[in-house]
Design a protein around this ligand. Structure first.
Ligand code: ZN
Length: 290
C-alpha cells in the first residue's frame, strides 16, 4: 500500500458538499455563470482571481453542491455580454494552466461545464426522440413520452506514460502546439478494461507492446466530460511503427531530454504539458524526476 496522499489535479478537489440528498437544500442559492468554456470571474490585480457568484436568475440551472457557508451553489449558462468593471469571462483552460483560481473554485467550474454541456446536447430522448425535461436538480433528464430516464455521462480516457529501461515513450497529436509532446491517450471502449484500453491504444498508435499497467491518479477534464485515468506502463518492445492517421509523432525520450523539455531548454524547442495537466505528473513519475 502506498502511504502518500493521493495526487489532486486541476479541476478536481471541489470545496462543495456534493451529496445527492442535499440537492434542493441550502441557506440561499448563488450561481456561477458560464458562456461555453468561459466563466465569469472577479479579476484581481494579484493574478489570483475569484469566482463570481450571482443571485440565481431563476431560469435553467444545475445544482453543484452546498458551499462551506451553507449556501447552495448552482450553475447557469449565460451568453457572452458586457460585464461590470472588475469582472471578466475567462476560459477554463486558461484558468487552469495559469493557476488563476483556487483549486476548489476551478473544480466547481469543471462540474458546471460538464453538466451544462450535457443538458445542452441531450434535449431529446435517445430512445424515442421526444423532448426531455431536467429532473433531480440537473442530474437526470426524463422523457414524458416513453418514461426513459437519462443520466449525465462521463467518458473515461486512458492516458499512459510508458517506461522501458531508462526511456519514456511520448507522442504528439496532430492538433498539438508546435514542439509539444505528451503521454499518449485514448478513450476506453465499451467492454474493455482500463488496462486493455491502454495496451490497445499504445499498440495501435505506436506499435509498442505494453506489459504491466499501474494506476497513478485521475483528473476530470471538462471538455466536455472526460475523466483522464492516468497510468504508468511498462514497454516490452522498442520499435515504433507510427499510425500517422492517429498521431503526428512518437519517440523514446531520455530523462535528460525530459528535464530539458520541462525547463523549456530543449535544443529542438520540444516541450511538455504544464503542471495543471495530469500528463505532467505522469511524465515526471515515469522519468523518475522528483
Ligand atoms: Zn422517450
Amino acid at each position: 500500500m502506498e502511504s502518500d496522499p493521493p495526487t489532486v489535479h486541476a479541476f478536481a478537489g471541489s470545496i462543495l458538499d456534493r451529496r445527492a440528498e442535499l440537492r434542493g437544500s441550502g441557506r440561499k442559492t448563488r450561481a456561477v455563470r458560464l458562456a461555453g468554456d468561459k466563466a465569469v470571474v472577479e479579476v484581481r490585480d494579484s493574478g489570483k482571481h475569484q469566482l463570481a457568484l450571482f443571485e440565481a436568475a431563476g431560469g435553467m440551472c444545475v445544482h453543484l453542491g452546498i458551499g462551506p457557508d451553507g449556501d447552495a451553489i448552482v450553475a447557469e449558462e449565460t451568453k457572452p455580454c458586457e460585464l461590470p468593471e472588475g469582472q471578466a469571462f475567462i476560459d477554463l483552460r486558461s484558468l487552469a494552466m495559469q493557476g488563476l483560481l483556487a483549486r476548489g473554485e476551478l473544480a466547481m467550474l469543471a462540474q458546471a461545464r460538464s453538466l451544462l454541456s450535457w443538458h445542452a446536447s441531450h434535449r431529446f430522448c435517445a430512445n424515442c426522440g421526444e423532448p426531455t425535461q431536467m429532473a433531480e436538480h440537473g442530474y437526470r433528464r426524463d422523457c414524458g413520452r416513453c418514461k426513459a430516464q437519462h443520466f449525465p455521462r462521463t467518458d473515461p480516457v486512458a492516458i499512459v506514460a510508458v517506461r522501458r529501461r531508462s526511456l519514456c515513450l511520448l507522442g504528439r497529436g496532430h492538433a498539438f502546439l508546435p514542439g509539444m509532446y505528451s503521454a499518449l491517450a485514448g478513450f476506453i471502449e465499451p467492454g474493455e478494461s482500463i488496462e486493455e484500453a491502454a495496451r490497445r491504444e499504445l499498440f495501435e498508435e505506436t506499435g509498442v507492446v505494453v506489459g504491466s499497467v499501474r494506476y497513478h491518479s485521475s483528473q476530470p477534464w471538462p471538455f466536455p466530460s472526460s475523466l483522464m485515468i492516468g497510468l504508468l506502463a511498462e514497454g516490452l518492445s522498442d520499435e515504433i511503427r507510427l499510425d500517422a492517421s492517429e498521431i503526428a509523432d512518437a519517440r523514446w525520450f531520455t530523462r535528460a531530454e525530459i528535464e530539458l523539455m520541462f525547463a523549456e531548454r530543449h535544443p529542438q524547442g520540444l516541450r511538455l504539458p504544464k503542471p495543471a495537466a495530469i500528463a505532467h505528473s505522469l511524465i515526471r513519475e515515469a522519468a523518475g524526476i522528483e
